[in-house]
Write a protein that binds this ligand. Structure first.
Ligand SMILES: O=C(CO)[C@@H](O)[C@H](O)COP(=O)(O)O
Length: 234
């Protein structure tokens, strides 16, 4: 079963800013984790890329497992890999709290989502920009988190796709109130507001945090904008 304490703790702090470790300084990984621990972000988002599902390579379960003892942060793994069912146990073993796979990589993910749920890991499904929401609709009740890619997966530093808020809005109307709605790609102080207004409550952010000298300020400012926009909806 999903560890509901973990899930609800994360949700109760919404909106959540999840730093994307793809953009961190890997030469100073320990220090980066310490700096992020000092921010309001309760999460580290791990972008796993295999050079096959996406045209880029990042890191794998071994690195995540080595970082796990350094922090209590929620570990959110985003697997941009082919055949995720072959590797998912490595990420469970590495100590990930949430694992998200792409519907394009695993068109029938029910077995995997059930497996994650039984392992006490929050199950997530991601959709790439060109993929219609109908593809994930049959599985939404089994997801603790759904992730809308607002850039083509594979690289940080891209521009937010302008049609993403409409997709988020549509997805929001399809999920239960306690499902986390994550948006990933091109999120900064100029785009986070429209994503929040559309209904996202979890924001994966790389460049807009790691390009700043003060990560705490960057996270607080992003969270403030998201909170303001969310509050204006009520
Ligand atoms: O998954 C991805 C890219 O595939 C994202 O997590 C980005 O890496 C976020 O980085 P920015 O767009 O915020 O720089």
């Amino acid at each position: 079963m999903i560890d509901s304490n973990t899930k609800h703790k994360l949700l109760s702090d919404a909106p959540v800013i999840a730093p994307s470790m793809l953009k961190c300084d890997f030469g100073n990984l320990h220090r980066e984790v310490e700096l992020l621990d000092a921010t309001q972000a309760p999460v580290l988002h791990w972008d796993v890329m295999d050079g096959h599902f996406v045209p880029n390579l990042s890191y794998g379960a071994m690195l995540i497992e080595r970082v796990r003892p350094l922090t209590d942060a929620f570990f959110d793994a985003h697997l941009m890999i082919s055949n995720p069912e072959q590797y998912v146990d490595d990420y469970i073993k590495a100590g990930c709290d949430s694992i998200t796979v792409h519907i394009e990589a695993l068109p029938e993910p029910q077995g995997l989502l059930d497996h994650l749920n039984q392992a006490g890991v929050l199950p997530g499904l991601a959709v790439s920009p060109q993929t219609p929401l109908e593809k994930i609709e049959p599985y939404l009740d089994s997801c603790g988190l759904v992730l809308v890619m607002s850039v083509e997966p594979g690289f940080g530093g891209q521009s937010f796709i302008k049609t993403s808020p409409e997709k988020i809005r549509q997805l929001k109307s399809m999920i239960s109130a306690d499902t986390i709605l994550s948006v990933d790609g091109g999120i900064d102080t100029s785009t986070i507001g429209e994503a929040a207004q559309a209904g996202a409550n979890y924001f994966v952010v790389g460049s807009a945090i790691f390009s700043q000298s003060d990560y705490s300020n960057a996270v607080s400012e992003l969270a403030r904008i998201a909170r303001d926009q969310t509050a204006s909806l009520k």
